[in-house]
Write a protein that binds this ligand. Sequence first.
Ligand code: SAH
Length: 287
Amino acid sequence: MITAPVSTTPTRTTLYQRSVAHYWDSEHNAVNVALGEIDGLHHHHYGIGEADLTVLDAPEAVREARINTELHRLEQAQADLLADHLGPVTADDWLFDAGCGHGAGSLVAHSRFGCHVDGVTLSPVQQQAATHYAERLGAGEQVTFHTADMLSTGLRTGAYTASWNNESDMYVDLDDLFAEHARLLKRGGRYVAITGVINDLHGMASRSVSRINWHYECDVHKRGAFFKALARHRLAVTTVIDLTHAALPYWRLRERSSHLATGIEADFLAAYQEGSFQYMLIAADRI
Ligand code: SAH
């Protein structure tokens, strides 16, 4: 097996990045922990697709478990959609998961393609847990997680067939981010993002978007800025899917699931419904 040389601790982290690392080191929301225990895939992103709201009326003894299973199914659908857009990947290829959380996206890609994956997170707690989950699923040899800054990973230049950010671009400067993806990707490699962006037509961040930024200590980008930054870094857009409508059922179900709701649900619903915020899949080729 080829091992990718990486720095084990992020060098020159900013005060902001230390704060983000601290947030994720100490984040143990049931919506992430309980859902991940269903099958060992701990997604830290939202979900898409129609939801079966009848789970809310299930008998009390099984209600929470049924809600968890339904929300997890929608999260899995999002991870699958992202993997659908990674392009042709073989078992010999290497993929890069930027802002990997507990590594579920890397594990989904590995189980589909049998490939190698390097995932990076700022949080050492997440990195250790992700490594544990990969080993538990028998993927520890090929899927490796690092505590590293996705803006300067130390990973190998031009070695990656595909890379992605699933709900993690809003913590970083887009020029720095796409410069690193462009460095890591082979020519012809594929970059995929699933992310929430400000609708430029609406203007600046709405009140709900500002609350989302406050809640997660992040700074979501404008849609237009995202595309301009991709173009500046040899990432030519090939696919754009507006997932805003498909994201609503997840939030509606989560808002009514008192054992899981974190308090940010109403803001996501308001932001999507008023049109100030959009949930997007954006894929680009490294040219
Ligand atoms: N992509 C994951 C997790 C999304 S949560 C999933 O889909 O489940 C956001 C993640 O971004 C966290 O793991 C956080 O540590 C990571 N992150 C934020 N800024 C980062 C940076 N500069 N470098 C690496 N990871 C970062």
